[in-house]
Design a protein around this ligand. Structure first.
Ligand code: ADP
Ligand code: ZN
Length: 311
């Protein structure tokens, strides 16, 4: 039936009604204003749900939320992107308020499920989804189901270690894929070469701190520092992805997130690098595909948690 999907991000909250065919209506969007704390953020989530609910009944509400969280109990633990949140019973709060069943899922898992049912990963099993954005997240579909693990914490591809002595990660450890190859890591490397005298990246970023897209733009122009940064990024992504391929023998790896918008630069070199990292038996067993749902992945995936097959 018809469901509501809500995507709670560190910067914005998006909601919509989602029809069984995946089409969206009654879109809602507002700033998260995460710094105001849980009560205020939950109030804005509720406003969004009210706005898209309308008169007709809905079968369920799905919430894609930054982790860590427990997807069975719907308790949000303490996401770095949601300051002040600590074991917030989001599912219970929303069920009390709306009298409609609610499912809460890690945002990358929800996006993975959306891409599997309605996006680039349709029909591929196992399917691995990776979002390369401010951080790096992931989700896995195995045997037609979202794989959550014993405590629903599975899929933290961004915190698999790709360089034991590497950069410090927000999780407190070193050399995680997220610390080495996220949009934040690319921007950090860009700032570093600007400090050492790189002009092209400085010009492209207009004097303010460079972002990942400026490094990609310089790379397209053949800037050497930028090309080296992107090539290192691709090297780390290829290590992380090849580890996952060896573990799961997936049919498709779907890559989304803001950094994947630079797919023209990223995908050709990433395909080549991944191939070079694999045991020969894995050659030709999988596709490496850009995600299709874009900004709507969270909303569609969250609503799709009500598709029968997700449990
Ligand atoms: P969020 O992390 O909030 O989910 P996004 O998925 O949009 O948001 O990811 C944001 C990251 O993607 C930032 O590091 C940003 O610099 C980077 N980014 C956004 N657009 C592009 C682009 N066209 N090319 C490369 N990187 C991009
Ligand atoms: Zn980490």
């Amino acid at each position: 039936g018809r469901c509501i999907g809500v995507d709670v991000g560190g910067t914005k909250i998006a909601a919509a009604r989602v029809e069984p065919d995946g089409s969206l209506s009654r879109r809602f969007r507002t700033d998260t204003r995460a710094a105001e704390g849980p009560a205020s953020v939950i109030e804005r989530i509720c406003q969004g749900i009210e706005q898209v609910m309308g008169e007709e009944s809905v079968e369920g509400i799905g919430i894609a939320c930054p982790g860590p969280l427990n997807a069975r109990t719907g308790v949000v633990l303490s996401p770095p992107n949601l300051p002040g949140w600590d074991r917030v019973p989001l599912k219970d709060r929303l069920e009390e308020r709306f009298g409609v069943p609610v499912r809460v899922e890690n945002d990358a898992n929800a996006a993975a499920w959306g891409e599997y049912l309605m996006g680039a990963g349709r029909g591929a099993d196992p399917m691995i989804y990776i979002t390369v954005s401010t951080g790096i997240g992931g989700g896995m579909v195995l045997d037609g189901r979202l794989y959550r693990g014993a405590d629903t914490y599975a899929g933290e591809i961004g915190h698999t270690i790709v360089d034991p002595g590497g950069a410090p990660c927000g999780c407190g450890r070193r050399g995680c894929l997220e610390a080495m190859a996220s949009g934040t890591a690319i921007a950090r490397a860009g700032a570093e070469v600007v400090r050492k005298g790189n002009r092209r990246i400085r010009e492209l970023s207009g004097g303010s701190a460079p972002r990942a897209e400026h490094v990609f733009a310089a790379c397209r122009e053949g800037d050497e520092d930028a090309s080296r940064i992107i090539s290192e990024t691709v090297r780390y992504l290829a290590i992380g992805i090849s580890n996952i391929i060896h573990l799961f023998n997936p049919r498709a790896i779907v890559i989304g997130g803001g950094v994947a918008s630079a797919g023209d630069v990223l995908f050709p070199s990433l395909r080549e690098r991944v191939r070079a990292c694999l045991m020969p038996s894995f050659a030709g067993t999988f596709e490496l595909l850009p995600a299709k749902l874009g900004e709507d992945a969270g909303v569609i995936g969250a609503a799709a948690l009500w598709a029968k097959r997700s449990e």
